[in-house]
Design a protein around this ligand. Structure first.
Ligand SMILES: [Zn+2]
Length: 105
């Protein structure tokens, strides 16, 4: 019979085990919380609470630059023409290239 392990050591081991379990549980909850936040952030209709942050898409639609194919917010785009004939460019360089190519035929 060699069952003389001191009770102090086994108590210490138990505390370590409990701490390890608590840490793991905390990590799991953090992971789940991150998942939930990621999902709710992606959905277009986020359930209340936070006010919608003013992003670049607010109040503007994207238009396509026919010269380079870049999509730019209408507010930042350089417009040529009006109405249905309006063409939008990301920069004056693209606008000039486009109009030069158009003039050349
Ligand atoms: Zn462009």
């Amino acid at each position: 019979m060699a069952a003389d392990s001191s009770p102090n050591v086994s108590a210490f081991v138990w505390i370590l085990r409990i701490l390890a379990v608590l840490l793991i549980v905390r990590l799991i909850f953090r992971f789940l919380g991150g998942l939930m936040r990621g999902l709710s952030g992606e959905s277009p209709s986020a359930p209340g609470g936070k006010r919608q942050a003013p992003g670049p898409r607010v109040g503007g639609r994207l238009v396509r630059d026919p010269q380079c194919g870049t999509h730019v917010p209408e507010a930042n785009a350089i417009r040529v023409g009006s109405g249905d004939n309006a063409v939008y460019f990301c920069s004056t360089t693209c606008r000039d290239q486009w109009s030069a190519a158009r003039r050349a035929g």
